[in-house]
Write a protein that binds this ligand. Structure first.
Ligand code: ADP
Ligand code: NI
Length: 218
């Protein structure tokens, strides 16, 4: 990697750490570190542009709709940062494009992710929502939004608006059915598919154990 790129990555780490250090909604700094590490590991296997993957992964949650006045304002923040740090126009447009297409949003607006680097960052972000870490994040997020661990009277919601997805009645366990168990089949790259398989199985083992304990069978 050319030496001009290393200081940009370091500046991105410093910026994002500062911006997200106090977040308790599952977008904290360590989520960013895990996604960046996953993205680099997948990018090495897939022969993708490591700089684009790492920088897009580092910046991907800066633009999140939950943390900004609007998604548009969030994307502008990312763009301004890239301009300030003299990232080339072609790389800047690529990174902003990836970040604008990343969010899952309750499955309502699944857009195409055309570039390999975009696919890799999306895979890396989704991997962090499943497995042992994904479970911990779902529990934390539920608490953060005042929702319970589980409520046997709730049914998974199939069709819902973004507003219902963000603010409706739900639980951490319902989130498994509404999102987590679906993520395995949305992976793009073969490296991520393999990792997702193991993490998905862990979700299923966890749910079985959870219901056994809930029903006092174990
Ligand atoms: P989304 O765009 O779907 O809100 P995020 O990536 O912003 O997803 O979510 C951050 C973390 O919080 C993820 O690990 C996600 O699985 C979890 N999460 C999001 N919504 C919920 C929810 N309703 N209940 C439990 N966990 C959630
Ligand atoms: Ni993320």
């Amino acid at each position: 990697m050319p030496d001009t790129r290393k200081p940009i990555l370091q500046a991105a780490r410093d910026f994002v750490r500062q911006e997200l250090k106090d977040d308790s909604s599952g977008h904290d700094w360590w989520h960013i570190v895990r996604v960046a590490n996953n993205a680099v590991a997948i990018a090495e296997k897939e022969g993708a542009d490591l700089f684009i993957c790492e920088l897009a992964a580092l910046l991907h949650d800066i633009a999140d709709g939950k943390l900004n006045e609007s998604e548009e304002a969030g994307l502008q923040k990312v763009e301004q940062w890239l301009i300030l740090h003299e990232v080339s126009e072609i790389d800047r447009n690529h990174i902003v494009d990836i970040i604008s297409k990343l969010s899952f949003k309750g499955g309502q607006t699944r857009e195409d992710m055309p570039s390999l680097e975009g696919k890799i960052v999306q895979d890396a972000d989704r991997l962090d929502a499943i497995g042992a870490i994904g479970i911990a994040r779902a529990m934390v997020y539920s608490g953060h939004t005042g929702r319970p661990i589980h409520d046997p009277d709730l049914q998974p919601r199939e069709m819902m608006t973004l507003e219902e997805y963000r603010n409706g009645k739900s639980s951490a366990i319902m989130h498994f059915y509404e999102k987590l168990l679906k993520l395995k089949d949305t992976m793009h790259t073969s490296a991520a598919k393999e990792l997702a398989e193991g993490r998905h199985q862990f979700l299923e083992v966890y749910l079985n154990e959870f219901y056994d304990e809930w029903e006092a069978r174990k």
